[in-house]
Design a binder for this molecule. Structure first.
Ligand SMILES: N[C@@H](CCC(=O)N[C@@H](CS)C(=O)NCC(=O)O)C(=O)O
Length: 221
């Protein structure tokens, strides 16, 4: 479906931006993707997200929507004629999906970044926290194919982008996520079989190369 009035302000390695791209792909919405330089933000980004000055921003009919999970919900509600809804219709189940989205927001990004940027004893501690966080998510997943049950949905969209960083985490942290959380990794592979996930997610080696450059620039080696 052509939606010429949909623009995404993005930064390709960002897991938050990937969430939006997956949600748009799930709904079959075409859009223009503009890459931002976060060290020299465009005037459009500053105008569209004056509060946080962060990507992603979805611009729909000239109006900005900020914060990735807020954007995913907006996409779900705006293109609700699509057969698959990302959030469940039942209010209790919706509350649970939002709870896990919030858990992911509060824990996963930091857990991932601390391992790949960490060093020595501190990194060992961060590795434990990272695995603990993944085990909590794996427990919630249980034996279901996706977090919401039979269908790919909101919590999957919230979490799956971070898996593109797992190779970087494993290489820098010298750990095997597969060994620690086999069910979660099986879920990640299941998600990757979907075109709406596989296409927007960068190759893990591209993320690794970006992470190495980042560490070099910030004296973290
Ligand atoms: N809570 C925000 C987080 C977005 C975020 O952290 N964006 C990063 C890129 S991954 C950013 O724009 N950083 C710019 C900066 O912090 O200066 C969301 O969910 O959209």
């Amino acid at each position: 479906m052509a939606e010429a009035n949909v623009v995404l302000l993005d930064f390709w390695p960002s897991s938050y931006g990937m969430r939006v791209k997956i949600a748009l792909a799930e709904k079959g919405i075409s859009y223009e993707c503009k890459q931002e330089d976060l060290e020299a933000r465009s005037s459009l980004l500053l105008e569209m997200n004056p509060v946080h000055k962060m990507i992603p921003v979805l611009i729909h009919n000239g109006k900005p929507i900020c914060e990735s999970l807020n954007i995913v919900q907006y996409i779900d509600e705006t293109w609700n004629h699509k057969p698959s809804s990302l959030l469940p219709s039942d209010p209790y189940k919706r509350s649970q999906a939002r709870f896990w989205g919030d858990y992911i927001d509060k824990n996963v990004y930091n857990a991932v970044k601390r391992v790949w940027t960490g060093k020595g004893k501190e990194q060992e501690e961060f590795k434990k926290q990272f695995i603990q966080c993944l085990k909590t998510l794996e427990y919630e997943l249980g034996d279901k194919p996706y977090f919401g049950g039979e269908d790919f949905g909101y919590v999957d969209v919230a979490l799956v982008p971070f898996t593109s960083w797992f190779y970087t985490v494993e290489t820098c942290g010298k750990l095997s996520i597969e060994k620690e959380c086999p069910k979660l990794m099986a879920w990640a592979k299941r998600c990757m079989e979907k075109e709406s996930v596989a296409t927007p997610l960068p190759h893990p080696h591209q993320i690794y190369a970006f992470a190495m450059q980042y560490k070099q620039r910030h004296g973290l080696e």
